[in-house]
Design a protein around this ligand. Structure first.
Ligand code: AMP
Length: 282
């Protein structure tokens, strides 16, 4: 397992693999890896001859008041995890390697990015689409792996690949949770003991909503009201959004008459956490 910091080194390595006829999977991450990321690396290792993990806290996808500076970083820990899960190469560039002086081209998207996290984080998906496009151009993978934890991101990437005719298969992987239900996230490290307990309202609300869908409830407002009531009962929790959207368009729907995504974002203290379920998965 190798760690490289330049685009040229990634290209040289991938070229060598291609010359041997090997397939390549890409797992884009912002580092501080946990078992959620590990599940993506496992999936790539299973499907491809070689796996590249990008480990880059992408400044472009953070808003001016967000946690870019405090975002946790630990490349030694990440290297051990990638190696243990069969990854072959970590691409860990400096921001200046990805965004040279005068950088001025962006990949942006309408409609799908106008709801959910796109509403609360206006520059976020432009940053995600731009960096993922760059990573696709640098690595040129056969397949790329994304978690359903970031469900809107997964939908946006699928849509971008389709719109822009990128010849890459996008694989969505299930949410990995702590044993008590909390979705694993690098941002969970921000939580103090009381907040860690309070954060359980997210997964509890998701399980509550999924259960109502399983039992045949079709009225989205009934489901969403029950989830909101559960979250609001926790004093440390402040709802950003609790919504049901069409899986394909990410637009809100009143009734479960098509495949839908139920997505939530909740502040626990200062930490913004997300969780969700797809109605097709319940
Ligand atoms: P991040 O480093 O947070 O940008 O995440 C990198 C990738 O890992 C994204 O595709 C995420 O959706 C995925 N991911 C993060 N947390 C989880 C989790 N708990 N379960 C599954 N995938 C995850």
């Amino acid at each position: 397992m190798k760690i490289v910091k330049t685009i040229a080194e990634v290209r040289a390595q991938v070229k060598e693999w291609r010359a041997q006829g090997l397939t390549v999977g890409l797992v884009p991450t912002m580092g501080y890896l946990h078992e959620g990321h590990a599940s993506l690396i496992d999936a790539s290792h299973r499907d491809n001859d070689r796996t590249v993990v990008s480990d880059f806290v992408n400044p472009m996808q953070f808003g001016p008041t967000e946690d870019l500076e405090s975002y946790p970083r630990d490349i030694d820990h990440d290297a051990a995890l990638v190696e243990a899960h069969g990854g072959d190469l970590i691409f860990n560039p400096e921001p200046s390697e990805m965004y040279h002086e005068g950088f001025s081209s962006f990949v942006d998207m309408t409609v799908l990015t106008q709801e959910l996290c796109g509403l609360s984080r206006p520059v976020h998906f432009r940053g995600v689409c731009t960096v993922v496009s760059k990573l696709f151009n640098i690595v040129k993978p056969d397949r790329a792996y994304f978690g359903k934890k970031d469900a809107q991101q997964l939908a946006v990437i699928r849509h971008m690949v389709d719109d822009l005719n990128m010849d890459i298969e996008i694989i969505g992987c299930p949410i990995v949770r702590e044993s008590d239900g909390l979705a694993k996230s690098s941002r969970n490290t921000y939580l103090n003991e009381a907040e860690r307990k309070a954060a359980l309202v997210l997964s509890q609300a998701v399980f509550l909503g999924a259960n109502m869908v399983r039992n045949g409830e079709k009225d989205c407002s009934v489901i969403l009201d029950a989830m909101k009531a559960h979250i609001s009962a926790e004093p440390l929790a402040k709802i950003d959004y609790v919504k049901m959207v069409d899986c394909a368009t990410m637009q809100q729907i009143p009734e479960l008459d098509r495949p839908a995504l139920c997505a939530i974002a909740v502040y626990i203290g200062k930490t913004r956490l997300i969780d969700n379920f797809f109605t097709e998965d319940v």
